[in-house]
Design a protein around this ligand. Structure first.
Ligand SMILES: [Zn+2]
Length: 226
């Protein structure tokens, strides 16, 4: 995957501390546009520059927008907890070609894997908009990104009970347990490893023939996600 550094200049109001929990997909709403066009449009909006973290063009080239660690300007409520990827085109009236699709899929997978997250949203699922357009292959990309390429890899540390620490790996474990029918407590998959999650992990371990210690190490992780 070849990512081109766009070297855009941002206003000093750019803020840092993005903590990606998901990928949010957009279209440019313009049939042809470069990263410089988008940067200029967003500066004209009064923003500090291009609101997306990446642009995928129709020819499959990928351009950097704002830094991944910078808070985005692409989806209210999600700007500080997602990676925003924009696809060149207007997918209310166009259909995405294979070259662009492949690049978008590869970039999405690499972001999911890099941040150990599994969620892929279309902008319209989180905000009142028709972005990324009715023809955008949202379900296809979500299904394929969640396949082998987006498979969650064990992060290497023991995931233990700690009600005070929010952890995206805990959230992934909770979601997986819930999808397998285990009850992680009334807060659901909130990313905090509390008593409900502890009981769910123990039940899963018991049902799977694992040592029942309530700690998610490599064996439990592999059994859960494998
Ligand atoms: Zn959008």
């Amino acid at each position: 995957m070849n990512i081109i550094n766009s070297n855009l200049s941002f206003r000093s109001s750019l803020s840092w501390g993005n903590n990606p929990q998901a990928v949010v997909l957009h279209h440019a709403y313009a049939k042809v546009c470069s990263i410089e066009d988008i940067h200029r449009w967003h500066l004209e909006n009064g923003w500090c520059g291009c609101g997306y973290h990446y642009l995928v063009r129709k020819d499959g080239t990928i351009y950097t927008g704002r830094n991944e660690k910078a808070v985005g300007a692409h989806c209210p409520e999600y700007n500080s907890k997602s990676i925003g990827i924009c696809a060149e085109g207007d997918f209310n009236v166009e259909v995405m070609g294979q070259t662009q699709y492949s690049a978008l899929l590869e970039l999405t997978r690499s972001m999911l894997s890099k941040y150990g997250v599994s969620k892929v949203y279309g902008h319209r699922e989180l905000y009142s908009t028709d972005c990324p357009g009715k023809n955008f292959p949202l379900d296809k990309i979500r299904g394929e990104a969640a396949g082998s390429g987006g498979k969650l890899i064990y992060s290497g540390y023991l995931i233990k009970m700690n009600s005070n620490l929010e952890d995206s790996n805990v959230k992934a474990v909770q979601e997986k347990l819930m999808s397998r029918g285990y009850n992680v407590g009334r807060c659901g998959a909130d990313g905090f490893f509390g008593g409900g999650t502890l009981e769910a992990v123990k039940s899963f371990q018991r049902d799977s023939g694992l040592a029942v210690d309530g700690i998610v190490g490599v064996n439990t992780w592999t059994k859960l996600f494998g």
